[in-house]
Ligand binder design. Structure first.
Ligand code: F6R
Length: 246
């Protein structure tokens, strides 16, 4: 079932998305959270930090598994997803460092690292909630449009459109990594609940296509239509503009 939660602004969407996570954690204090990076979850993370500091929620027994990491960036590189998670969430809440997990983007053997990450995900027994953003091309995690849906963690080549989109965070386009390690679509679909955050006019067409078009690996997010549990979509007015027109 897909539930769309409308927000007028991105800020409001972030607060509502944080409410979805807070409910999961309140019902299950040792919940496993599947986390995403990028601009979409920033407001949600800020609100979760606020709630934690205000004593409204605790992450002391929570575990996390992130969707992806760039290949070639060390943990302390300011564009690595490890850095992003520490900077925007982990360093400001009471989660234990040893309970947080991301793929290692500088592992000597990326294939072995994918296997290690598969084992980490397996050992968690499935995410209680998986947070997702959506790429301009419909990717979820870094599962780019393809002829097939992937199952497990993989070494993926980023498409030109993803590299273009992510170049906004780097000084020049050549500095954007061209590969990433990403949780697979099958692992995302094994979560108990999905929280998809879509913000801004740039996501309006792909959001409509994903939620109302054909289910196809050419639009990876479209698989969410076959999700067995609840998919909560927290989106702002701009991201919902094409859906509203139809
Ligand atoms: C990030 C991730 C990506 C992003 C997507 C949207 O961990 O897996 O799928 O969610 O590229 O990025 P933003 O939110 O920056 O538009």
């Amino acid at each position: 079932m897909i539930k769309i939660i409308y927000s007028k602004t991105a800020e409001e969407a972030g607060i509502k998305a944080a409410g979805v996570i807070a409910e999961v954690v309140k019902n299950k204090p040792d919940a496993v959270l599947g986390l995403a990076t990028g601009s979409s979850p920033l407001g949600m993370y800020a609100e979760l930090v606020r709630m934690n500091k205000a004593g409204e929620i605790s992450f002391k027994d929570v575990k996390s598994v992130n969707l992806d990491e760039y290949v070639g960036l060390t943990k302390d590189h300011d564009q690595s997803y490890s850095y992003f998670m520490h900077h925007n969430l982990f360093d400001h809440i009471d989660i234990k460092e040893e309970n947080t997990n991301l793929p290692n983007g500088v592992a000597e053997d990326p294939k072995a690292e994918c296997k290690r990450y598969d084992a980490v995900i397996e050992s968690m027994g499935g995410d209680d909630v998986q947070v997702l953003g959506i790429g301009n091309n419909g990717h979820i995690g870094f599962n780019e449009p393809s002829d097939v849906f992937s199952y497990g963690t993989g070494l993926v080549d980023l498409t030109d459109s993803t590299i273009d989109a992510n170049s906004r965070f780097f000084a020049t386009r050549d500095l954007v990594p061209t590969q990433a390690l990403s949780m697979g679509v099958g692992q995302i679909m094994a979560a108990k609940k999905i929280l998809l955050i879509a913000l801004g006019r740039g996501k309006a067409e792909i959001l409509e296509k994903s939620l109302f078009g054909d289910v196809t690996p050419k639009v990876p997010a479209s698989i969410l239509r076959f999700f067995k549990g609840e998919v909560v979509v927290c989106a702002d007015d701009e991201a919902l503009s094409v859906i509203k027109e139809k």
